[in-house]
Design a binder for this molecule. Structure first.
Ligand code: TA6
Length: 279
């Protein structure tokens, strides 16, 4: 079904419904399951920016491994382990509320089935605004539509395609980080920032721009509205233990996530925008 000149809704049995975008600037793909950007390939260099696991479930049975999972209204494990990690909207069916081709690219707004869920007591409206142009710009917008303030966390949990994790450098990240693999110790960001083992770090008060420098190309990432930058690679053992990762999958991916992990209080009628721009 054609939603606009550049956007087609692809529906096939037992596979998640996806929006296929083909405009003057790029090809892209967005799953309605999870409101989940799966692919962004600019036409000027024809290089796919995002990584998807070869074993990712694409039938709606579990969160997609790769692309840009939307973590909301919490990040990581919930205090009460009965609730799913990374919140509940990434496993919901989303729908399109706006779709328009503009001179700067294609604008698509999606919303989840519901923003209400066990484990979160706020009354919120959430939407994801995706602009596919020469760059990919993603906004996760949270509005407090209730009568009292609430606190939330969130992340655009982006999986980036790289050539070899052991040859990658992450530039533009400095300062202190919380090491989730070292009992939450606060450590200093290394320079150069390279990878040789499982890495799971929450960088605090990060700058807006960083760059993944792969062997023969670089991907630029701009974050806005964030209080953290999460950097994750599962490495060998963790990959081997994940049903939706191949054993060597970790070698060609790196997660750099624009996130709110320190608790953002949203006042009544206040709106917050967490954004990531990929070039
Ligand atoms: O963002 C890093 C992280 O929180 C890791 O701790 C790891 O759990 C990763 O997210 C993937 O989480 P998922 O629930 O998608 O397997």
């Amino acid at each position: 079904m054609q939603l606009s000149p550049s956007v087609t809704l692809e529906s096939h049995p037992s596979v998640i419904d996806c929006l296929e975008i083909n405009n003057a600037f790029a090809f892209a793909k967005i799953s309605l399951f999870g409101g989940h950007v799966l692919s962004f390939c600019p036409k000027h260099d024809q290089r796919e920016r995002l990584w998807i696991s070869d074993k990712s479930k694409l039938d709606g049975s579990k969160a997609i491994r790769g692309g840009v999972p939307v973590c909301w209204p919490w990040f990581g494990p919930h205090n009460d382990t009965q609730y799913p990690a990374h919140g509940y909207v990434r496993e919901q069916q989303w729908h399109v509320t706006h779709c328009q081709d503009t001179v700067k690219g294609t604008e698509i707004i999606l919303a989840p089935e519901t923003c209400v869920g066990a484990g979160f007591d706020g009354l919120a409206a959430v939407c994801l605004k995706v602009t596919i142009g020469k760059q990919l710009h993603i906004e996760l917008i949270t509005e407090n539509i209730g009568n009292s303030p609430f606190t939330f966390n969130a992340a655009l949990h982006s999986y980036f395609k790289i050539e070899d994790i052991e040859q990658v450098r992450l530039n533009g990240v400095s300062g202190q980080y919380i090491d989730k693999l070292a009992q939450g110790n606060v450590l200093q960001t290394p320079s150069p920032y390279t990878f040789s083992a499982e890495t799971d770090r929450i960088h605090l008060n990060p700058l807006n721009n960083c760059q993944i420098q792969s062997t023969s190309y670089s991907t630029n990432i701009q974050s806005d509205g964030h209080d953290s930058l999460v950097v994750w690679n599962p490495w060998i053992d963790k990959s081997a233990g994940m049903s939706d990762m191949t054993h060597d999958g970790y070698q060609t991916m790196l997660c750099v996530e624009s996130a709110i992990t320190q608790g953002r209080v949203l006042a009544v009628n206040e709106k917050h925008c967490l954004a990531q721009t990929i070039a």
